[in-house]
Every structure is written in C-alpha cells, then in structure tokens.
Design a protein around this ligand. Structure first.
Ligand code: TYD
Ligand code: MG
Length: 450
C-alpha cells in the first residue's frame, strides 16, 4: 500500500512544512512541528460563509443583526449587548476556570425563550445534570448531546435547528474526514471551520469552548482566532474566587471589554462594581507595591503591582513577571538604568499583578518601575498613591487613554495622590486628589523618593 503523504504542522501557528525541522519557519518556535497526514483535496474546502454574486456595498442590507441577551449580565457586557444570530464565539481559558459552568448557567436562562443545545464531549449527561442541580437553575428545557464526532453533531444541529449551540470543548471533537487525533491542530481547525459554516448557513449561534495551554495559547489552535467572530478569554487566579472574562476580538462589539465574576457555590455571579477587587489591603505600607489604574474597555480597575528585587546568585539574573509582559519588563529595566541611573544588573527581579489579572496595556509601565525602585531601596511609595503612564525608550512618560476617568475612579476609592503623565493632567481639579504630572521617568522616581 502506498504510504500516506504527510506534512509537519506547527502546534503554535498551524504553519506547515514538508520536512521535519527543529524550528518552525513560520513563527520561529522550537520543537513545535508534529507530523500529520495530508488530506486529499476534496469537497471539504467550502467557504466559511454563503458565497454570492458580486454586489456594491450600497445594495447590501446593513440592518443590525438581532441580538438576544444571554441571561448573564457580565457576559452580555463582554459580548457587546448579547449574542448575535449566526455568530461564532470562542471562549478560552485554563481547565477548571469555569467555562462550562458559565455556559450552562447562561443556556439555562436562555432555554426559557429559545431552543438551546449543549454538546458535551467532556462530561457525561449525569455529570451535567448534577452540575445544573448544584447551580439550582432550571435545566429542564436544555437539550443535551454527549458526542464528540463532528458528523453526528452536524446532523443533530441540522435536525434540531437550535438557536444557540454550545460545543464543550472544540478540542474533544473530531472529524471522520481526518486521520489525526482529536485535539490536534488539523482536527480543531477543521471542526471549527465546519461548525462556523453551519452557523453562518443556519443562523445558529455557536459557542465553542477551547482549552488554553500552559503557554497561554488556545491549545494549538491560535488558528481559530481568525475563523470565529468573537474570542473571549477567561482568566483568574486559581487561588482566588474572582474570574475575568475579556473580549480579545469582537466583530459585533467593542474589543477588550471586561466582565468580572465571582465563583460561588452556586456558580458564577457577576460582580457589578469590581474596581477595588485587585487591591491587597496592607496593614502598613510595604516596599515593592504600587497601585495602578488600568482601563479595560469601559471600566477602570485598580490593580496592585508588586515587585521583589533581590540579590542574584546566578550568572544571569532572573526577570520574571506574572500578569504583565515579560519582554516589556526587560525593556523597562533598561530604561530605568539608562534614564534614572538605577541598575538592577546583579538583581533578580520579580513582578506580579495581584489577583491573577493580566494587564497588557503599557499604562502599567510606570507602576512596574516604581514598584521595582521601591523594592530595591526597601522604601514604600507615598501613601494613598495611584500611578499610571507608559514609559518610552527615551525615558519620557507618555499619556494613556481616558486619564480623567482613571483619576475619578481612584478618587472614588479613597486615593489621595496620583502620579500621571504630563499630557494627562486634568483641566479641572479632582476633589480630594492631589495630581502630580510628570514628563520624565527621573521626575517620577524623584517624587517617590521625596
Ligand atoms: P468548570 O466550569 O467545570 O471549568 P471548565 O469548564 O473551565 O474546565 O469549573 C469547575 C470549577 O468550578 C471547579 O473547580 C469547581 C468550581 N465550581 C464552583 O466553585 N462552584 C460551582 O457551583 C461549580 C459548578 C463549580
Ligand atoms: Mg469544562
């Protein structure tokens, strides 16, 4: 029998090469190429949406797609007002963070008014029924299918025509058409593409659950992110009850909107006023801690950034960051050295955003640096101080978006001083808040020393 033709697929980016190599030529990741069987080109390359004739944009009926609420307010907020007919939503997150819980809660709410289908490849029907009972929600009208074969799921979708279908999880689903194992890049991509096509053709809203690997990528398939309409990520500390749901991409609403939940014994509860959640309350002022205001979507959040700087015993001092960007930390340390004359060359530096939040915006730069300086000198930053600002390579403090709103939120929570970029200086006085606007990193460091 002729040997099946194989190709090597990168588990990170999905790129293909004909021969095995140590490094993926597409994304330059190491040891990520895995062998997979090439499928004969057939009818499976169907377009994702219904193809039609060429027309001018003016003729297209651009009516807003109807939205319906999910029954979970924080989820609606992140989605931009609810689910859209025919949309495909991907919800990613670490195992055990609460994806299945959230979706079951939401399906139960929606099942009162609509046809909903829950496809589970991870849990048995009994387990799901038990979970629904624990959540004390009315699950009697939720249709359930425990299945992992794509073709059977497709025919069930065609027969039942639900308005909302949840696939939990996309990594367990496999298609007969491919020989690679469930969870492999090829399978995940193929199954997601087929389900997306069904969603677009039938108007069923499909919600895909995806697990995230240790590195933070959706297991293998970052490739899914461009197929689907909306990508939401669930994040949070396993030690804390709070969970954040973040819109990473949204074709039907604002990107980067944030939903906040608390995990209780009755499932996930929305937290409507989360701005003070990520502050740890120290009895005394401590060195190495600095509070910043981050603006996620429409909501300002106060987050404590902690740093620990310690004498290094290794030839290469360690730079470790949790919840903040690792590469940015190295860059910030270089700026600190060159422009403020503070060196951490022989020091290990650890930084952490409290509460398992992930901060991706550069507005955290100034808080990170001040926490580092504070730890290095073993000297707390001034009391009731809140900080934000991006630090540039030339040592300048750059403005951030929505400075005024950030300041107002901090004032509301009892902060009395703010160290902010010069260009963000508010025009009016903010009640109870002393605002110090700085243009250079040196000035900010000097302010904290005074
Ligand atoms: P789950 O939704 O199964 O996670 P995922 O689908 O993302 O893998 O969440 C499971 C976790 O949530 C588990 O550690 C127990 C916890 N949990 C509660 O604390 N309260 C509850 O009411 C439920 C249903 C789960
Ligand atoms: Mg689950």
């Amino acid at each position: 029998m002729a040997k099946a033709k194989t190709a090597y697929t990168c588990t990170e980016c999905g790129g293909q090469t004909a021969k095995w190599q140590g490094q993926c030529p597409h994304c330059l990741a190491w040891n990520t190429l895995v062998e997979s069987v090439c499928e004969p080109a057939g009818t499976r390359f169907n377009a994702l949406s219904v193809t039609s004739r060429v027309q001018s944009l003016g003729e297209v009926d651009a009516a807003e797609a109807p939205r319906y609420p999910t029954g979970v307010d924080e989820l609606d907020r992140v989605l931009g007002g609810g689910l859209v007919t025919g949309a495909v939503v991907l919800i990613g997150g670490d195992p055990g963070i609460g994806k299945s819980t959230l979706l079951l809660q939401s399906l139960c709410h929606m099942s009162g008014a609509r046809q909903v289908l829950y496809v589970s490849g991870e849990e048995s029907a009994q387990q799901i029924a038990l979970r629904a009972r624990r959540l004390s929600v009315n699950a009697t009208r939720v249709q359930l299918l425990a299945e992992i074969q794509l073709e059977k799921i497709q025919s069930t979708l065609a027969a039942h025509r639900p308005e909302v279908a949840v696939i939990d999880s996309i990594q367990t689903v496999y298609s007969e058409a491919l020989q690679s194992a469930p969870g492999s890049v090829a399978q995940v991509r193929e199954c997601a593409a087929q389900l997306t096509r069904i969603a677009k053709q039938s108007g069923t809203t499909v919600i895909l659950v995806g697990h995230v690997t240790k590195e933070g990528a959706l297991a293998g398939p970052r490739v899914l992110e461009h197929i689907v309409d909306t990508v939401l990520y669930f994040e949070g500390d396993s030690g804390s009850a709070f969970r954040l749901l973040r819109a990473f991409k949204n074709r039907f609403g604002p990107g980067n909107e944030l939903g906040v939940f608390a995990m209780t014994d009755k499932g996930l509860r929305g937290v409507t006023n989360p701005s003070a959640l990520f502050l740890s309350h120290h009895a005394q002022r401590v060195a190495g801690s600095c509070v910043m205001v981050t603006q996620e979507g429409t909501r300002p959040l106060l987050v404590e950034v902690q740093a620990l700087v310690d004498q290094s015993h290794a030839p290469n001092p360690r730079r470790l960051s949790v919840g903040l960007e690792q590469n940015r930390l190295a860059m910030l340390l270089a700026v600190l050295h060159r422009h403020a004359g503070i060196s951490c060359l022989d020091q290990d530096v650890f930084v952490n955003a409290v509460g398992g939040v992930k901060i991706s915006e550069p507005a955290a730069d100034l808080a990170v640096l001040l926490a580092i300086v504070s730890s290095l000198r073993n000297r707390p930053v001034p009391e009731k101080l809140v900080v934000f600002g991006e630090v540039g390579l030339a040592g300048e403090i750059r403005p951030v978006q929505r400075g005024q709103e950030r300041l107002k939120e901090a004032a509301k929570l009892g902060f009395e001083r703010a160290l902010i970029p010069a260009a963000n200086k508010p025009k009016q006085v903010i009640q109870g808040m002393e605002v110090v606007a700085v243009a250079r990193l040196e000035d900010a460091v000097a302010y904290c020393r005074a």
